[in-house]
Design a protein around this ligand. Sequence first.
Ligand SMILES: [Zn+2]
Length: 423
Amino acid sequence: MLGCNVVVGISVFDAYRSVCSVLGRLCPRLVPSPLWGYSLSSLARLSPVLAEVMCEDCGGVVGELLGYWKSIPRGGACSVCGALGARDVDEEWVYVVYEGGKPLPRLPDMRDPMSRARYSGEAILLGVRLLCGKCHLSKHQGYARVTGKGREALEHLARVNDVSVGEAERLVKKAFEVWRELSKIDSWKIRVCELPGLREDLRRRTEKFLNEMFGLGYSIFRGWFWYMSKDNVVNVEKMAISETIALLESLSPAENIIKALVNEVGSRLKENNVHVLERELSYALNLQMEDVNKILKAISSPEEHAFTLLAISRLFVGKWMVFAKEEHLNTIIPEIVEKLREERLDYELKTPASRRRGDLYPVMVYVPSYLATSLVSRVGGIVKMVAEELGLRKPIYFKPDVFTEKSIYSGKSTIKPYIYLLK
Ligand SMILES: [Zn+2]
């Protein structure tokens, strides 16, 4: 592993070299998607109890890391353009691709999914530096685009690197191509280099923490602490799809579809002691009537079958919700994950990442389809069992994502924000 010996932009092993050898002063190295959620800034703000999900000592690491993060001087000159009053701390991550332990000077061809397993990656935090808002935005071209500031970010990037806007545009396009390739790599090692003001023992513990978090499938993304299964996503989605299709196929065409679905789901879940709120379930299905019809149509035409599978794998996503005190998070989350893993049912789970003093944390355990009744009850059963072991005896609730999209929250409308209940 090259680790901290990589030299930004110049090293032949820097995966973004073709872009960064030209955009040397400020380079938009896009973070490969498997590495979203691993940064010092998000780690520093993580609730210490959630950190303990990874290791006993990890709570202490985030506390010390927050101290370090706050100690970085702000308000001085931007390290790229020199603008005064710069307040953003930028983490300079570099990526290297390996095959059989050897760094590769150029990106391999990873079109064949089977051959991808041969490659691994190393994400190296080389430094932190102060940036002004404009430079920071220009570094994150992906974010700039989705927030409608793509042009502004591109022009600034061209200016600070002294290239034409056309040239910057071409290189940013190239950066996105590199990003797409890097995102195909599943296996990553994370390296934290020496940083000014960061004690050596804290540097080492932080690096270990990040690697453990990555290995276990946890991450911190957009304010949430996530678990995402590394092995069973496809398995769980397949189960959800086949169950959903079987349910829809069992309906006779003459019936009122929503009424028939509510009855059928109700009777199937009742067998497993899951209570169905009929009014809320019909409301959710009404909101998704177009989706239901799309699938019914696709089921009847075999040539569209592949489309069906793709379309419904996430159409009817929902989550079981249990409300836990902060001090319970380091038990309830790993317990739920472990019990689900034993049955190969682990999928996605999330809870707010930062400290919410005194508030309860909603722990949300996802199921890809709320119409996959046996999956819904099996996952719910496990969540309920773990909650009870911790003395949490309140009912747990199942909320479909369509309610979240339509802003249906508790107390906001006459419709309750959940469709199933497990007492
Ligand atoms: Zn600047």
